[in-house]
Design a protein around this ligand. Sequence first.
Ligand code: PYC
Length: 330
Amino acid sequence: MSLPPYNIKTIDSHTGGEPTRMVYEGFPKLKGESIKDKLSYFKQNLDHIRKSIILEPRGNDVLVGALLCEASNPKAATGVIFFNNSGYLGMCGHGSIGVIISLAYQGKIQPGEHYLETPVGLVKTVLHEDGSCSVENVPSYRYAKQVEVTVPGFGSLKGDVAWGGNWFFLVNEHNQKIASENVGELTQFSLKIKKALSDSGITGEGGAEIDHIELFAKSEDDNVNSKSFVLCPGAAYDRSPCGTGTSAKLACLAADGSLQEGELWVQQSVIGSLFQASYQNASLSVKKEQTLPPNIDNAIIPTIRGRAYVCAETVLIIQQNDPFKWGITL
Ligand code: PYC
């Protein structure tokens, strides 16, 4: 085990209300050639530092960490490993926007194209002159359509299983009110769906756990296509419209023929923040650096555009004699 004291330098930002803590200095070096090797090393040897950065008293359940690390692909500006209170995220859309805006705040990048290397593939971002950021996500696809699951206390409901850099269960018909004053009930309902999926053996590709639940409703706002509530692993809800979740949504819309290539989709979060999204068909545009889905005909390349704001520059101090140096775990 790597021992404290540590002084870990971070920049906090929020993307549509959802926080990202970018770790750029003071974290022990991750061993490994590829970013997947580095992620394994992190999980096996340094998971206690993940907890220290994310959990109380230094963090909170909503926070997503973004550890910058050396990229193996020379095209990438940096490697990045995303993590939260319960573990690790393959990709994170709001977090990618947060990282780009934080790097720009540090003066390390200028408007233009910048690639991020993530454990699930290379992600192209564009920092726009107006301060917004676009993220061209990894290939996304619907894996299963209208899968039925019985949720104790709520009966049977149907949802799509889709990949957008994480695994999602997307539900349109649920009789819930998607509103900020209802996030407590939405959280409990979504946790029950997640458990019911797991108990019924409903998974993503290759038995992967479906760890994000998305509930959709019509927005009251003109010019917005849909409003959503997204439950993240670790039971916090996404304050942003969720970049990977919006990618999964676009994959389902594309598969249903309800959204055409290049058409704009505006996704609203439960607290009202917005992402603009569109997609290209993957078959022609997939780059060889990206992780290819098994059924390329069905995959899209989503682009999500949003804004992030820097809100803190911090040195996290982890002292040897602090009883909560590795966070509070209940
Ligand atoms: O924006 O992709 C996202 C995301 C995943 C979990 C929280 N935000």
